[in-house]
Every structure is written in structure tokens, then in C-alpha cells.
Design a protein around this ligand. Structure first.
Ligand code: PCA
Length: 330
């Protein structure tokens, strides 16, 4: 057991060598994690809070409450605004309706891999940070999921193959793809996915290799098309009012641990993707790249989504997309 300041103070307090109020001075907060304990994002959050506890010698203790048990994801940002919770993790695109740049995080067929995703984050970070700051929410870091691929019971060679299937959706982009291909969209949060699959409620879905493994996709689906539709990110945020109430040591610990969590998280996402694709194959799933025809349809679809997004975002925000392309093609 590590001797943290809190434990040391509590021991000294217990021996009557320190007044108990010194122990009580440690700040304790909760962090609303959106995904399950085994998910690499949640493990990264655990490392993040451990580092903060160590760096402040127990002066700042944060408890990770996983699986949206503290707050459903849609309520996390408003709860941070109201200081109802101190820290919260959300999928950026879950807030796509609030700001176009958050929706851009799940714009299909724009990024082709993790390097592109990192470029997109470079370009969009200031806008996301300022948008949140205006709401009294501090952005700490963002970490990607592996690229989103298509799972299905049967091989998919064209979008029409999805027609009529129960297609699990988790944000506006998945919803729109389901509609465009004539599938039947079914909204299921990641933490209920495994059960829904077991019960036969999902014929197809678009998510990462890792979420496919966590939800044991192979129990219903046999094919994974690694089509890299987008690379969505989770972001960790905190209440600005809680930040203001921290001492310098606490703030410094958060800043340092955030930088480290972001770097670790991007590395973990790549590693998790490699090992998850292997696990899918071990469970006899076919892991394929899209056929030439499907690729062509997807690219056209990407253009269409891009145009729709620019139309809604307006030219002011569309600049972020242009900046991204300029950076990528340099
Ligand atoms: N997993 C989460 C979000 C993106 C991902 O890869 C999900 O499927 O809900």
C-alpha cells in the first residue's frame, strides 16, 4: 500500500498526533466515467486519478465512477456547468448538436487513421476548449477510440445489404448512416450492448474493434469490415468552479496528469485496436477491408455528409475542416 498524504495524515490523526481536521482537509471528488471498467479509456482514467493522488500526496483524491452510473452521458456537461459533479468523461460527438466542431469528431470518411485524427484534434482543440470554457467547463484531455468499422451478421458489399437490419446507433452519424442504408436504427448505450447482442437485438453496428470485443460481437455477428469511418474521441472535462477552489499543487497535478493521460490514451488506443482485431479473428469473425465498390460508395457518402455538415455548421466553423485538410495534405 502506498503511503499517501491522506493515509499518513489519517494514521497520525488516529494516533492522536494530528487533529483529525487536517486529514479532512484533503479534497475528495468524483469523476463520471462513461464506459465500463475493462475499457481502456476507463483504465486510463484510473491511472490519471492515481497520478493526481500521488502528486498531491493524497491532498486531491478523485474516485472514478464508471459506466455512466453517476450521470448519463447527455447530462454530464450540464452537471459540470452547475458544479453538480466535479469531473466527467463524454464522447465528443454525443454533444454534436450543441456545437458543429463536436459533431465534426464523427464526420465519416474524413480521417484515415490515428495520425489524421491527431491532426484533427490539433485543429479543433482551441474551439472545443473555448466552447466549454464559456460554459464554465474546463477541457482536460481527449483520447480516441479505434477507428469505427462495420459489424454484421452477413457480408456487406453494398449499403443496401443493410436494408431492414436492426442497426445499433450511438450518435447522430450512426443514426444517419442507418437511415441512408434503409436499416432500422436502434439506440443502445455501450454498457447495454453486450446484453442486446446476446438477446438478438442487433444485426449490424458501426463501432470500434475494442467495443466489438467488449460486447462480444461474435455472439451475433460474423463479419467486421474495417472501414475506418471515423475516429471519435472521449474528452475529460471538469467544473471550472471546482478548479477555482483548488490550490496550486492540485492544479499542477491535474495539468501534468492530463498531459500524460492524453499521450498514454493515444498509445493505448492503437494497442487496443491491434489486439482487439486479433481477438475478433480468434473468435472466428471475418475481418476484411471494404470491397472496391463499397469503398467508392463510402467515399461518396463521406462527401455528402461533409456537405451537409458544412451547410449546418456555416462557413465560420467550416474553416476547421479546411484547416484540417491543409494540415493533412502538407
Ligand atoms: N465505442 C463506443 C463509442 C465509440 C466506440 O468505439 C460505442 O460504441 O458506444
Amino acid at each position: 500500500m502506498k503511503l499517501t498524504r491522506r493515509r499518513a495524515l489519517s494514521t497520525l490523526g488516529g494516533w492522536g498526533l494530528l487533529p483529525l481536521h487536517a486529514w479532512a482537509l484533503a479534497q475528495r471528488h468524483q469523476l463520471s466515467g462513461a464506459y465500463g471498467e475493462a475499457v481502456f479509456h476507463t483504465q486510463n482514467l484510473q491511472t490519471f486519478v492515481r497520478q493526481i493522488a500521488d502528486r498531491t500526496s493524497g491532498g486531491l483524491e478523485i474516485e472514478v465512477v464508471p459506466n455512466s452510473k453517476l450521470k448519463p452521458m447527455a447530462e454530464v456537461i450540464p452537471a459540470l456547468e452547475r458544479k453538480e459533479i466535479a469531473f466527467g468523461e463524454v464522447l465528443m460527438s454525443a454533444y454534436g448538436a450543441q456545437h458543429p466542431v463536436l459533431g465534426m469528431d464523427a464526420l465519416p470518411f474524413i480521417v484515415r487513421g490515428f495520425e489524421d485524427a491527431a491532426r484533427m484534434w490539433d485543429v479543433t482543440r482551441p474551439t472545443v476548449r473555448d466552447y466549454l470554457a464559456a460554459r464554465g467547463v474546463r477541457l482536460l484531455y481527449a483520447v480516441p477510440w479505434p477507428p469505427q468499422g462495420l459489424y454484421s451478421r452477413m457480408p456487406v458489399n453494398k449499403l443496401a445489404d443493410l436494408k431492414g437490419l436492426k442497426f445499433r446507433v450511438y450518435n447522430a452519424a450512426t443514426q444517419r448512416l442507418a437511415e441512408l442504408s434503409g436499416a432500422q436504427p436502434v439506440t443502445i448505450a455501450a454498457n447495454n450492448l453486450q446484453k442486446a447482442i446476446e438477446e438478438g437485438g442487433v444485426d449490424a453496428m458501426l463501432t470500434s474493434s475494442t467495443t466489438g470485443v467488449d460486447s462480444q460481437a461474435w455472439k451475433a455477428m460474423k463479419v467486421f469490415v474495417d472501414m475506418r469511418a471515423w475516429i471519435p474521441k472521449n474528452m475529460l472535462c471538469m467544473s471550472e468552479a471546482v478548479w477555482t477552489g483548488l490550490d496550486d499543487a492540485g492544479r499542477q497535478a491535474i495539468v501534468q496528469a492530463s498531459t500524460q493521460a492524453e499521450a498514454n490514451g493515444w498509445r493505448l488506443a492503437r494497442e487496443a485496436d491491434d489486439s482487439a482485431k486479433k481477438t475478433l479473428t480468434d473468435h472466428k469473425m471475418e475481418v476484411n477491408l471494404p470491397s472496391v465498390d463499397l469503398r467508392r460508395t463510402l467515399d461518396l457518402l463521406g462527401e455528402r455528409f461533409g456537405r451537409e455538415w458544412v451547410g449546418k455548421a456555416g462557413m465560420g466553423h467550416a474553416g476547421a475542416l479546411v484547416d484540417y485538410y491543409t494540415k493533412r495534405n502538407r
